[in-house]
Write a protein that binds this ligand. Structure first.
Ligand SMILES: [Zn+2]
Length: 256
């Protein structure tokens, strides 16, 4: 049976001599993996339609419940080529794609998630501020909110009081009186600055284009990025590959 849909390529994996396994985000079938036969051969008719982040109209062959359908056709709707051309944009959007894959179960339709991710790609592609760290962090916060895994940093997760202590194992800030709970007595926590809390709360509440008008300093962005990484690592019990890559790149450039 042939089914037609559209999808954004989140990831590709080489398979055998010339094939690829492609992970797509689709509106009506959610996250799916599909098989692209002989796609790595130079004369492949799939050509560039399987490049990461490409948005394409696709035709799949196989039973709908099959875990791995075969791609029979892929026509590009938007290549998002400018994102792949900008190194920083591509690295951070790859991090968003990895976050999405890690937190999303396969084959659960989610049209809002699809529309949201497509919107992020369009905003990043069209921005004048190419490689903008601020836009990357805002997108990461909004994505986590959309997935239902955003940490709570605006106030204490138990009493709603003011707090600057983020507990990764609780996914929230907790105030000193609520931490009298012996279960949290000796747990590690991270101090968060007022600026980071303020910027984060704004990003959680407002759409991306509004938050993108704020101009947080690089220190605030680095601080939030670190907190989000700790939070995600705790939730997944592992560090994202892209986070490790970005960290190593930072260490390498400091050594130079
Ligand atoms: Zn409290």
């Amino acid at each position: 049976m042939i089914t037609k849909t559209e999808g954004i390529v989140l990831k590709t994996l080489k398979y055998g001599e010339a094939d690829l396994i492609v992970t797509y985000l689709t509106p009506d079938r959610g996250l799916i993996r599909a098989f692209a036969k002989s796609s790595r051969k130079t004369k492949s008719r799939f050509g560039s339609s399987l490049e990461p982040l490409t948005h394409a109209r696709i035709a799949l062959w196989g039973k709908e419940q099959t875990s791995l359908s075969k791609i029979t056709q892929a026509d590009i709707l938007n290549s998002f080529h400018p994102i792949r051309e900008n190194y920083n944009d591509f690295v951070y959007v790859s991090k968003l794609a990895e976050t999405l894959i890690s937190f999303t179960p396969e084959a659960i339709p989610n049209i809002r998630l699809f529309a949201f991710f497509l919107n992020i790609l369009n905003i990043i592609k069209d921005t004048d501020l190419q490689g903008s760290t601020s836009l990357h962090i805002i997108s990461q916060i909004r994505l986590l909110k959309h997935l239902g895994f955003a940490p709570r940093l605006s106030s204490c997760g138990r009493c709603g009081g003011m707090s600057h202590d983020f507990y990764p194992d609780a996914g929230t800030t907790l105030c000193p009186s609520c931490v009298k709970d012996p279960r949290h007595q000796s747990k590690p926590f991270v101090k968060i600055s007022n600026q980071a809390i303020h910027f984060y709360s704004h990003c959680i509440e407002w759409p991306i284009d509004k938050s993108n008008r704020l101009k947080p300093n690089q220190g605030t962005l680095a601080e939030l990025s670190g907190i989000l990484d700790r939070h995600v690592s705790f939730m997944l019990s592992k560090k994202l590959m892209t986070s490790k890559f970005i960290e190593n790149r930072g260490t390498a450039s400091k050594r130079q």
